[in-house]
Design a protein around this ligand. Structure first.
Ligand SMILES: [Zn+2]
Length: 615
């Protein structure tokens, strides 16, 4: 396992000549003192660094991470508090020929060899997390507020954390920050103060986002020689902190404004309510203190919702810019509300997905270089596969809303009639991106566009669970999917699947999509016939249905027969022996047969939409 996972903890090897050429290119660029080397290096995150080409290293560090760690170690060892530290100088020094003790140390760490620093120092390792993040995003159903909440979390994660570090230490202290998680190494004795300051600072801005920071103290040599254990201890401490942290019911702070990405958002100017006792109309939970402007006029709002609302009015959806950067063109339509995402039947879908087996990979991370690389790789692959899937399925008419997209977390809303294909493509992209060493599972909930997002998320979460259980039990080499369609207000029993195919592995889903698409494109196939099969399968006893089915099929066109064979194949039944029902091999005595017609009829409208289906 550990051996196999190495491929995802470092970049793929390149040839010596290729490396020399790239390194020369980089050296020429960093000669120019106008360049910020750190920014420049972001483009080199997936290129391996060779300290010594003769060395047989299983898991190479990336150029970016090796240089980053070099600067950080120099800072921790030789930086003096109160004295400015020239990061640029050390970046350049890293790429200069000739070796030094720290370069040798990093090379040994990368090679997994025992190594220690001569001048060891104490450090504090800090881990932070913004948790229960979806709850913070979904306190109401309004897209602008959800976007405001996403923008605030991103701002905390990236801008605020970096600014804190460059103010008190250096940016390189952060091994990673993103997706709600931060890991940093600070000079000894600074951990406690930094944790409390960061918690306070995040609270002052976001008020109702749950956030915790914790740290452990050790020496650099201890950290590097026992990295897994140290990170696990820190992780456990952070979990403890989350358990004991209490939050005020009506939080407030006198923050006047924030500047996100150069844009000033003024909270001080928002109208205050003169009277007390009103409840916030946006979250329906906390006490209102402000009157905020919304599309439906002035509304009483609590301080937290006021901030989301103000930020959401100014900030464009942050994920649209990323989409454009990755696929090359902006999404076709700006989405002002969830209704803008409905398909021709008025349906939208929540796709909720994450990586399988992530905990296991993280347990195998043996040093900070792998940690830095892996967190960036997961983020990169996840975003790319989501945006590319949307682009591939919807073409130039792409419309979607991303609520949370970072790390291996996917929580997006798309039109119902493209949701199965998008989920299928996302999983494909993710699994391929990790050479199937890590796979992704997804839960999909399709419902009327007026269904509250919170309810749809709950259903999708529960479907993700059953999809993950399938991936675990069968040791799948590809991702898995489970799905629920809420057709009416009748409450659904989530503990029991009504499908013959789901939960399903992703390759079966691909075949299912393919066959439904072909059926839809064939004139001779009538939907009424499919309904007839579904109805009969529901009403008749299995053997009665099988007789009915044989009789019907005999009368039907050759086209039907071809498709029926395709259906049998999707469900793993020999086409010559397919008699309209799927036999469950002995696992369920109560329902020995399953009707594939349920899947086909209900999901008929959830496949093959997209490009032309603008509402
Ligand atoms: Zn509120």
């Amino acid at each position: 396992m550990a051996q196999r996972m190495m491929g995802v903890l470092g970049p793929k090897p390149i040839s010596l000549s290729e490396f020399k050429r790239l390194k020369e290119q980089l050296e020429n660029k960093i000669e120019n003192p106008d360049f910020d080397v750190k920014t420049l290096l972001e483009d080199w995150w997936d290129v391996p660094y060779y300290f010594d080409f003769d060395q047989d290293i299983e898991c190479l560090p990336s150029i970016r991470d090796a240089a980053h760690l070099y600067v950080l170690l120099n800072y921790l060892l030789f930086g003096r508090s109160g004295t400015p530290f020239d990061r640029g100088k050390f970046y350049r020094q890293f790429f200069k020929n000739g070796t030094d003790k720290i370069k040798e140390f990093i090379a040994s760490v990368a090679a997994g060899k025992p190594a220690s620093l001569e001048d060891d120092v104490q450090v504090d390792v800090v881990m932070g997390s913004i948790y229960k993040i979806k709850k913070y995003f979904l306190e109401n159903n309004r897209i602008k507020d959800i976007r405001g909440a996403s923008a605030i979390i991103k701002y905390l994660n990236e801008e605020v954390t970096k600014k804190f570090l460059s103010c008190h230490f250096i940016e390189e202290c952060a091994l990673y920050c993103g997706g709600g998680n931060v890991l940093m190494v600070l000079p000894g004795g600074q951990g406690d103060k930094a944790c409390r300051q960061l918690e306070k600072c995040f609270f002052t801005i976001a008020l109702t986002a749950k956030v915790a920071f914790e740290y452990i103290s050790c020496s650099l040599n201890e950290l590097f020689s026992d990295y897994r254990k140290k990170i696990k201890d820190l992780h456990d401490r952070l979990e403890e902190r989350k358990k004991i942290k209490v939050y005020p019911i009506n939080p407030d702070s006198d923050l006047q404004e924030i500047v996100i990405d150069g844009k000033r958002i003024n909270f001080a100017g928002v109208e205050r309510l003169s009277s007390c006792g009103e409840v916030c109309r946006l979250c329906n939970v906390r006490d209102a203190r402000y009157a905020v402007d919304t599309a439906e006029g002035k509304m009483p709002a609590c301080p937290s919702c006021m901030r989301k609302n103000e930020v959401g009015r100014i900030e464009k959806a942050i994920f649209y810019e990323e989409y454009e950067r990755i696929v090359g063109i902006p999404p076709k339509r700006d989405v002002a509300s969830i209704s803008d995402l409905k398909d021709n039947h008025g349906h939208v879908a929540v796709i909720y997905a994450d990586g399988n087996n992530m905990g296991n990979v993280v347990m195998n991370i043996g040093n900070p270089l792998q940690n830095m690389y892996f967190s960036r790789k997961v983020d990169y692959i996840t975003k790319r596969c989501v945006y590319n899937a949307i682009r591939k399925v919807m073409g130039d008419n792409a419309r979607f809303e991303a609520i949370a997209l970072g790390g291996d977390d996917v929580f997006i809303v798309v039109p119902g009639d493209v949701s199965l294909e998008i989920a299928n493509e996302i999983i494909n992209g993710f699994d391929q991106g990790f050479d199937h060493q890590i796979t992704m599972s997804a839960g999909i909930c399709i419902a009327k566009h007026t269904t509250p997002l919170q309810s749809m998320l709950q259903v999708a979460q529960s479907k993700l669970k059953s999809a993950k259980a399938l991936a675990r039990n069968w040791g799948m080499k590809c991702g898995t999917v489970d799905i629920e369609v809420i057709e009416s207000n009748i409450s659904i029993d989530l503990s029991r699947s009504r499908w013959a195919l789901f939960p399903s592995d992703n390759s079966k889903l691909a075949k299912f999509i393919e066959i439904i698409k072909r059926m839809k494109a064939t004139k001779g196939i009538k939907r009424s016939q499919l309904y007839k099969f579904r109805h009969a399968a529901r009403e008749l006893k299995p053997y009665e249905f099988q007789l009915f089915y044989a009789y019907q099929v005999a009368r039907l066109s050759q086209e039907y027969k071809t498709f029926v064979e395709g259906i049998a194949e999707v469900f793993g039944v020999d086409p010559r022996r397919f008699n309209g029902l799927i036999e469950k091999n002995g696992t369920n005595k109560e329902r020995p047969f399953l009707s594939p017609w349920e899947d086909i009829v209900v999901l008929w409208d959830c496949i093959g939409g997209g490009a032309g289906d603008a509402t």
